[in-house]
Design a protein around this ligand. Structure first.
Ligand SMILES: [Zn+2]
Length: 176
């Protein structure tokens, strides 16, 4: 599927799944030689092609530096998704460990462990992009008290990983 159509479709699906709400979260993808990202303030459940802007645009999400660093330094990743998943945030605030280990069968199959990084609690934290890049090989990174980053060959794959990690965190919260 065309990545613009995918961004619009899965942005809405994330909202319906309760993984994102209001105007939080953002996503980016490679298209040809360009990288596109959601516009600052865009609502993931209401995206249109006008909300997808060049990553260097002044209209880009304030979290563009993290997306840009990942997409410019990896060849196998073509899409980056960032959500403010309540389950991932709540779990990250409850634990002090640097990794989350799933309890459920499906979670363990996809993610033997998920890193939890800590960064400054401000928008566009300057220490965040490199911490995410350093952990991108885990396929998902949770930022303590902030949210979740997932990566994929396309937007759909990043979206499926976000749902899986949200489920992992929900099960951990319910089982403890
Ligand atoms: Zn965020």
């Amino acid at each position: 599927m065309d990545q613009v159509k995918s961004a619009i479709k899965y942005g809405r699906e994330l909202f319906l799944a309760g993984v994102n709400n209001a105007a939080n979260g953002n996503l980016s993808f490679r298209k040809g030689k360009n990288i596109f990202i959601t516009r600052s303030g865009s609502v993931m459940s209401e995206l249109s092609s006008r909300d997808l802007v060049n990553i260097d645009s002044e209209l880009a999400s304030c979290e563009a530096p993290t997306h840009k660093l990942i997409l410019e330094n990896t060849s196998q990743i073509n899409a980056v998704l960032h959500t403010h998943s309540p389950n991932a945030i709540a779990l990250s605030l409850k634990i002090k460990k640097k990794f989350i280990k799933p309890l459920d069968l499906e979670g363990l199959y996809h993610f033997p462990q998920i890193p939890v990084v800590t960064s400054k609690m401000v928008p566009n934290a300057p220490d965040l992009p490199k911490k995410i890049l350093d952990n991108q090989h885990y396929q998902a990174v949770i930022v303590r008290g902030h949210g979740l980053f997932t990566f994929g060959q396309d937007v759909r794959e990043a979206y499926l990983k976000a749902l899986t990690v949200d489920n992992i965190c929900k099960i951990l919260l319910l089982a403890k």
